[in-house]
Design a protein around this ligand. Structure first.
Ligand code: NAP
Length: 300
């Protein structure tokens, strides 16, 4: 339970509603900023204006997945009000106050460093990334179906990268009956791909390996599907680039060659915002319970 905890939730999208639901169920006291247009009311959560919040009693601040922009502004789909997280606001919080965000940037790093507060980036955690790979794969299947005129079953699919997303993508497309090859650079990844019953190849041989590819799915967040790779693909190949912006594909060259290449960020929030929110809510609940326990220990 989170009884006695004071938490400020600043802005966000539908995923934040699952977080608010879970934390209020656990008896935390929540101040919501940027939710004026939300019809639903949660027992234990009150809608407030940023200027009305007493940050000196906050045990945690929860930001949306993208955190802030480079000017400190926080996006919200439930209000037209501008919310900005400043150094002044964070410095009003007690020393133990933890800031939770999906990811960070230079602005947010500077604010937490200059105020000496702890920042937890949920998307850096393996558990969050692995759970999140489930809706990501479902979104990738949706895109593959929408943008091709052939079945996944029986098609030749090249997956790039065997990280948390790559492994889930490769396994699921193989389970759907596709012929899946996975490209990686580490020998242990090549061994794991083989162990999974899939075809492994070293990324050095990428141009050759895409010669008969129907769908190429990239999870590597660096320039990898370069012009010399695209030049070898059959004209009907579909590229689905899952890597974070700007992706790993030479989109300009793909367009020039007439190869369809799609950058597909944020699939969990698009195809399954409820599940994506529950993934974050469950991990946050555990982390906040840990914060509460360590706070009690330091008082005893
Ligand atoms: P991850 O576990 O870190 O995996 C990244 C993979 O890329 C690893 O196999 C890594 O191999 C490889 N890699 C990284 N740099 C490389 C390089 N220079 N050359 C060759 N291989 C390289 O990351 P993840 O959690 O799977 O996420 C992958 C990407 O998808 C990220 O950009 C993430 O933000 C994005 N993502 C997108 C969505 C969406 O909806 N589109 C959802 C979730 C995540 P090594 O171990 O050899 O470095």
């Amino acid at each position: 339970m989170l009884t006695g905890m004071q938490i400020a939730v600043l802005g966000g999208d539908a995923r934040q509603l699952e977080i608010i639901r879970k934390l209020t169920e656990l008896d935390a006291k929540i101040s919501l900023v940027g939710f004026e247009q939300l019809d639903h009311a949660f027992t234990g959560a009150s809608k407030e204006k940023l200027g009305e919040i007493d940050f000196s009693i906050m045990d945690a601040i929860i930001l949306p997945v993208p955190g802030t922009n480079l000017q400190g502004e926080i996006d919200t789909i439930f209000s037209n009000e501008k919310i900005c997280l400043t150094e002044d606001i964070v410095s009003q919080t007690p020393q133990h106050c933890t800031i939770y965000s999906g990811i960070s940037n230079k602005y947010l790093d500077n604010v937490v460093n200059s105020t000496n507060r702890k920042l937890v980036q949920l998307f850096e955690r393996d558990d969050v990334a692995i759970y999140n790979s489930i809706p990501t794969v479902e979104g990738t299947i949706m895109m593959a179906i929408q943008h091709t005129d052939f079945t996944i079953h029986g098609s030749s699919i090249v997956v790039l990268g065997l990280g948390r997303v790559g492994m889930s993508v490769a396994r699921t497309f193989s389970n759907l009956g596709a012929k899946v090859k996975v490209g990686a650079r580490k020998s242990e990844h090549l061994a794991r791909i083989t162990e999974m019953g899939l075809e492994a190849f070293h990324l050095d041989h990428l141009p050759k390996e895409v010669e008969s590819c129907d769908i190429c799915i990239n999870t590597i967040p660096t320039s990898i599907i370069k012009a010399n790779v695209i030049a070898k693909m059959p004209p009907h190949t579909l590229i689905i680039d899952l890597a974070s912006k700007p992706g790993g594909t030479d989109f300009r060259y793909a367009e020039k060659r007439g190869i369809k290449a799609l950058l597909a960020p944020g699939l969990p929030g698009i195809v399954a915002p409820k599940t994506a929110g529950q993934i974050l809510a469950n991990v946050l609940a555990q982390l906040l319970e840990g914060d509460l326990d360590s706070g009690k220990e330091s008082l005893s």
